[in-house]
Design a protein around this ligand. Structure first.
Ligand code: NDP
Ligand code: PYC
Length: 337
């Protein structure tokens, strides 16, 4: 398939142009362009420039508030809340981040609860931003009910990602970020776009039968990773990034969508941990023990999660990124329309 080569600046400018010409305020468009450019740069194709398509659909269908004004609330010594005002989550996260970091630095552990946000992005940009301040981080969010519980065939859970970051002195942080479904839904959508079969184990069709057809998978139910273990983690994400922070589950997000097919709308929970307070006098020994563990992983030829992304990041900075021509044309059509 033919690809178009774009510089990172071109990806960013294209994202801003697509979003602002479709009625989104410039500060939201810029915050979204930053994460979309980062996704494309790190070769996370399911959460890169492709996401502009559903962003524009969500705007045009009138579900999303393109002029949202998020409001930050200092709830307690450990808790920050940002109400996203039914806009996308990125600006709300950027607004809540400084207070989250300040609180974790002061008392050792802090939580940022984002409410009433539309959420489409990968979570690693957020946990990486926290790790860059010397804190460890954990982030979770529900989505729409697309995933069956282990032992069932009907969707209940969202694809419910969990991301974690651990800061490392002078090195990229240790980061993982994955859906609690076998794969992100965005990846199945990319298979559908290019008419490619999906592996068995990702989804079942409407009748609960295992399928390799991406269309049948999107109409049926996705499966959790690791059977009952992924299923329990998906339920945990629903609970602590939903009802615990006074927000919707994936079932309720799906209901709120009312068949439009917009980006899921719900909450997000982000936790920050300060090793200097939690580890106290043992913090520097703790950091050394963590490094020994990373060495033991890499030393036997295994790789750390995110290493593929960090390698891609270095490549993209000089070579730019490749975007399938069909996808590029579909995105350009969103500007022309
Ligand atoms: P994957 O199944 O591809 O897993 C991704 C994670 O596993 C990455 O940290 C990846 O690192 C790591 N990894 C993959 N292979 C290896 C390996 N061999 N050794 C060590 N680590 C490895 O991703 P998903 O499809 O589950 O999720 C993709 C993205 O989708 C995530 O960023 C997630 O946040 C996003 N998402 C967002 C949702 C939302 O509602 N906002 C919902 C669901 C998903 P690396 O990147 O370096 O390969
Ligand atoms: O790929 O599963 C996914 C997803 C859901 C919301 C944003 N991305």
């Amino acid at each position: 398939m033919e690809n178009i080569n774009l510089s990172l600046a071109q990806v960013h400018d294209l994202a801003v142009r697509v979003l602002t010409t479709n009625g989104m305020d410039a500060d939201h468009a810029a915050a979204i362009a930053r994460v979309i450019t980062a996704g494309q740069r790190d070769e996370c194709h399911s959460h890169g420039i492709y996401r502009l398509i559903v962003c524009v659909k969500s705007l045009r269908e009138g579900k999303l508030n393109g002029h949202a004004r998020p409001v930050t609330q200092d709830v307690s010594a450990a808790v920050v809340r940002v109400n996203a005002d039914f806009g996308y989550s990125q600006l709300a996260f950027e607004m809540g981040l400084p207070l989250l970091v300040e609180k974790a630095r002061q008392i050792g552990i802090a939580a940022l609860a984002i409410n009433d946000c539309f959420h489409f992005s990968a979570l690693w940009p957020e946990v990486e931003a926290i790790a860059s301040t010397g804190l460890a981080a954990l982030a979770m969010t529900p989505s729409h009910s697309w995933v069956a519980p282990a032992g069932g065939t009907k969707p209940v859970f969202g694809t419910n990602p969990i991301a974690f970051a651990w800061p490392r002195e002078g090195l990229e942080p240790f980061v993982f970020d994955f859906a609690t479904s076998a794969i992100a839904r965005g990846d199945i959508e990319l298979h559908r776009r290019t008419d490619q079969a999906i592996p068995l184990g990702w989804a079942v069709d409407n009748f609960g039968r295992p399928t390799t057809d991406p269309v049948a998978a999107l109409q049926g139910a996705m499966l959790t990773f690791g059977g009952h273990k992924g299923s329990a983690l998906a339920a945990m994400v629903e609970l602590i990034a939903g009802p615990l922070i006074g927000d919707l589950t994936s079932l309720e997000s799906q209901k709120f969508d009312a068949g439009v097919g917009a980006t899921p709308c719900h909450g997000e929970l982000i936790l920050a941990f300060n090793p200097a307070i939690l580890g106290g006098a043992r913090a520097s020994t703790g950091a050394k023990h963590a490094e020994s563990m990373f060495d033991a992983i890499v030393g036997q030829g295994a790789r750390l999660p995110s290493q593929r992304r960090f390698d891609a990041r270095v490549r993209s900075a000089t070579r730019g990124v490749e975007v399938p021509a069909q996808l590029y044309n579909d995105i350009m059509a969103l500007v022309k329309d």
